[in-house]
Design a protein around this ligand. Structure first.
Ligand code: ATP
Length: 306
């Protein structure tokens, strides 16, 4: 019994560790020889990406078939636009991104990219068209260079450096004793959350997908790191259709449209300015976050003053 139980348990641990890291999930399934629950339709065709328009058409979804997670979610991300998803924890923001990537299928309604239902196209072509910068990037136990090149294995060294520069991580890498050949990951150099995220951004810039999902880290970053990440994200999002899952509202001020999600429904939508004016949930979340930031600043000052 124990012998049988151990590997299963280990798999569970690995699965939990990696579950949030979109990029590696395909590799994981390969590793454990399991197929994800979503399958290609017989005769599925590759996705043909034109301008890169995303549409959620009255989407409902439940993980377990009982508890509704998304209800009547309806929105569009026009080509090259940035739409941000905000809302309380558990509202369903990440679920929306998982459905776009087709980790699961919608219950009713549909999701299309340039008019093609994501259920009708091959998963390979769908996932090739979408770049994800996850919340927590899992890095391979290999060099920084390898970790960036993972975005496009045939990239040249020059392209890798260019991607790193755009992701604002080149300066950091260059000052390491072994530079791009530095080992990272569990058995190498430990990178901070912000550094890992910039490696993920460089990887995605290299992949060059027409569609982008940015899953912003929840953890509070210092304001210097936050500015660097923001500028890296801006450069990766430029010219791509982008869906941002935002935890800090300060990073979505510039989004074309902000969707406010609550308990699986879009309860408000608009620009930062129009939503503040509406004095609804978004305005309340904004005020609360401003207050929290102010408190954090005061605390930091007190610590500095001793
Ligand atoms: P946060 O801001 O905390 O990341 P979120 O808005 O992204 O939250 P989701 O991760 O989309 O929220 O989760 C929405 C709901 O779905 C939550 O109640 C969560 O418990 C549930 N949920 C998420 N993933 C699963 C899963 N794999 N199986 C079952 N329920 C899930």
């Amino acid at each position: 019994f124990i012998q049988l139980y151990q590997p299963l348990n280990l798999m569970g641990v690995i699965y939990r560790e990696i579950k949030q890291a979109f990029v590696d999930i395909e590799a994981l399934f390969e590793l454990i020889g399991q197929k994800p629950e979503v399958k290609d339709k017989p005769g599925a065709k590759p996705l043909i990406v034109g301008a890169g328009a995303i549409r959620f058409d009255n989407v409902t979804f439940s993980y377990d078939g009982v508890r509704p997670i998304l209800r009547g979610v309806d929105f569009e991300v026009p080509p090259g636009h940035m739409v941000a998803l905000v809302g309380p924890s558990g509202a369903g923001k990440s679920t929306i991104s998982r459905l776009l990537y087709r980790f699961y299928d919608v219950k009713t309604g549909r999701i299309t990219i340039d008019g093609q239902d994501v259920r009708d196209v091959t998963q390979e072509s769908l996932r090739a068209a979408i770049g994800i910068v996850p919340q927590d990037t899992v890095l391979f136990n290999d060099t920084i260079e390898y970790n960036i090149r993972y975005g496009r294995v045939d990239a040249t060294d020059t392209e890798i450096r260019e991607a790193a520069r755009m992701a604002q991580i080149d300066g950091f890498i260059k000052q390491l004793p072994l530079g791009y050949k530095s080992m990272v990951g569990e058995r190498g150099l430990k990178l901070s959350g912000g550094e890992k995220q910039r490696v993920a951004i460089a990887r995605t810039i290299l992949k060059g997908p027409p569609i982008l999902i940015l899953d912003e880290a929840t953890s509070a970053l210092d304001s210097f790191t936050e500015k660097e990440i923001q500028s890296a994200l801006d450069s990766v999002a430029k010219g791509r259709t982008t869906l941002v899952i935002a935890h800090r509202l300060s990073t979505v001020i510039g989004a074309d449209t902000i969707l406010v999600l609550d308990k699986g429904r879009i309860v408000e939508r608009g620009t930062h300015a129009s939503l503040l004016e509406a004095r609804g949930l978004y305005a309340a979340l904004w005020t609360r976050q401003q207050e929290a930031e102010e408190a954090r600043r005061k605390l930091a000052e007190m610590v500095e003053e001793g």
